[in-house]
Design a binder for this molecule. Sequence first.
Ligand code: ADP
Length: 282
Amino acid sequence: ANERYLSVRVSRIGDDLYALLVVDVSERRHFEEMRRNFTTNVAHELKTPTGAIALLAETITDAADDPDAVRYFSGRVSKESARLTELVRRLIDLQKMQDAGRTLEPKRLSALAVARAAIDANRVQAGQRHIDIVLSFGGTVLGAEPTEGEPDAWIECDESAIVTAVKNLVENAIHYSPERTTVRVVVDEDGDDVRIRVIDQGIGIPESAIGHIFERFYRVDPARSRQTGGSGLGLAITKHCVEDCGGTISVWSHESEGSTFTIELPAVAGDPATAQTTQPAQ
Ligand code: ADP
């Protein structure tokens, strides 16, 4: 990581006089390499489902006389095309995040409204897996709807960015947990910071993988993740969103015990009169 790349040019500027121009091009090289890797990864990720769909279509044609086989392989086509749609959705999200001209619209937001919007966006998936999502502020468990006078914490953020971040964490917590477990979303204030934690009782992350999970396209278990439809982009997008809001994200995890993702954002003074009603991000 500390290697530097130098471009060196020698020009003769007189009979016995030479000029040496040394330019540090490390950053440009690093950027180009990242772009090349990214394109290779995208191409690879797109090739997998499209190749599978082409093969499955052929199989369906060959099995036209067997309705059970047709039904089975058509189901597989649907799954693969859902994966493709998900990947494209994630790529568009990532592209939006990295758009240099993107304008963030920071505004004062209730941390609980953000958490509720992220939970609401995941209700259907949680229901399908019989997973309970419990929201709390500090030690107090709260309902799905805000109640008057409940405690809250305030942040200043681009609404879409922070809701996307928390929504992705809740989505992963559901995705990587066994059925009939609980996902906790805990909001609290710690000194000058507001903390939003997403805690699951899922499969956890091996120690060797923890340092990589925020990288684009990184998946702990590509085979498993492929089956369940992961793109490896969710956490890269999440980190981007949190940093766009001036915050940090960290993770604690133990295999087969579960994971805790923590977002920390600077707290701002609360003013209930300007409370925002936050809708789930699309
Ligand atoms: P994916 O689309 O594969 O979920 P992410 O970028 O969201 O991609 O996550 C990267 C990898 O980190 C996942 O493939 C998974 O192995 C691991 N991971 C993320 N969140 C969790 C979690 N809550 N529990 C266990 N593993 C997780």
